[in-house]
Design a protein. Structure first.
Length: 254
């Protein structure tokens, strides 16, 4: 059995864009070596960022690992895009992105990932909070045209809806939560929507905070009585805990 190829390399910042009040895009340059390494990596797949623990640490000293999404891999323009939720300086990756400038370097690890982000289905329900915006946008871009999709997204405020503003053919239900660390109504809204719009042929994709994902996993497995193959529910973060502190618990609850 062949092992999945693992990639780990240093990438140089080419540009940075403030997409919305709470989303920053860092664009990395792809060298010849990177183009070859990333040939088998799908946009929308996960990566591992090895981020300096100290703000503005330009040296490769003590690192912490954080998981993000390969938003775009552009071989023509030789760019890798990674989008960061900017919620102040209370997380190492978001802090790094806020202070990043062209020429800065970041170590990124990832695996080859040729599998589609979601399986083929008649229709889709995509659910997420702000941390899931990059992967949900990647899914929308990769689905065939005219696919029936409903999206329920929770973001900080109206201005953050701009991240999906050009998805004109997709029905998106927006929730606003300026303090996601203090709790969320996302699970409640999704349950109410699903009860009124039950469709066993629909594939459900959820990426959100630990407690939201846990409640929705219990709902879809229990009350909704969904087959495991018709859904994918994952937690990207846990309120009050760093990724390395909550990782084991989040994996147990998948």
């Amino acid at each position: 059995m062949n092992e999945t190829k693992k990639i780990r390399s240093l990438f140089t910042v080419k540009d940075k864009i403030q997409l919305t009040p709470h989303m920053i895009r860092v664009i990395f340059h792809l060298s010849d070596e990177h183009v070859e390494l990333l040939a088998g990596v799908r946009a929308g797949s996960n990566n591992k960022l090895f981020v300096p623990q100290k703000k503005n640490d330009k040296e490769m000293g003590d690192m912490v690992m954080r998981t993000y999404t390969n938003r775009v891999i552009d071989f023509v323009n030789r760019e890798l895009w990674i989008d960061f939720v900017a919620h102040g300086e209370n997380g190492p990756a978001g802090t790094w992105a806020m202070h990043a400038v062209p020429g800065d370097m970041l170590e990124v690890g990832m695996k080859e990932s040729v599998r589609p982000l979601v399986p083929e289905a008649k229709s889709y329900l995509l659910v997420g909070d702000a941390t899931a915006l990059p992967v949900i946008r990647a899914i929308l871009e990769q689905l065939p045209a005219a696919t029936e999709v409903e999206v329920i997204m929770e973001v900080h405020g109206t201005a953050d809806e701009a991240y999906l503003a050009d998805m004109n053919d997709t029905r998106i239900h927006w929730l606003h939560n300026p303090e996601p660390e203090q709790g969320s109504k996302l699970a409640e809204v999704v349950e109410r929507y699903d009860i009124l719009n039950t469709d066993p042929s629909r594939f459900v994709y959820v990426a959100a905070e630990y407690n939201t994902a846990k409640v929705l996993r219990e709902y879809f497995r229990g009350i909704a009585n969904r087959e495991a193959s018709s859904m994918y529910i994952t937690s990207y973060w846990k309120a009050g805990e760093a990724e390395d502190e909550s990782s084991a618990r989040r994996k147990e609850d998948k």
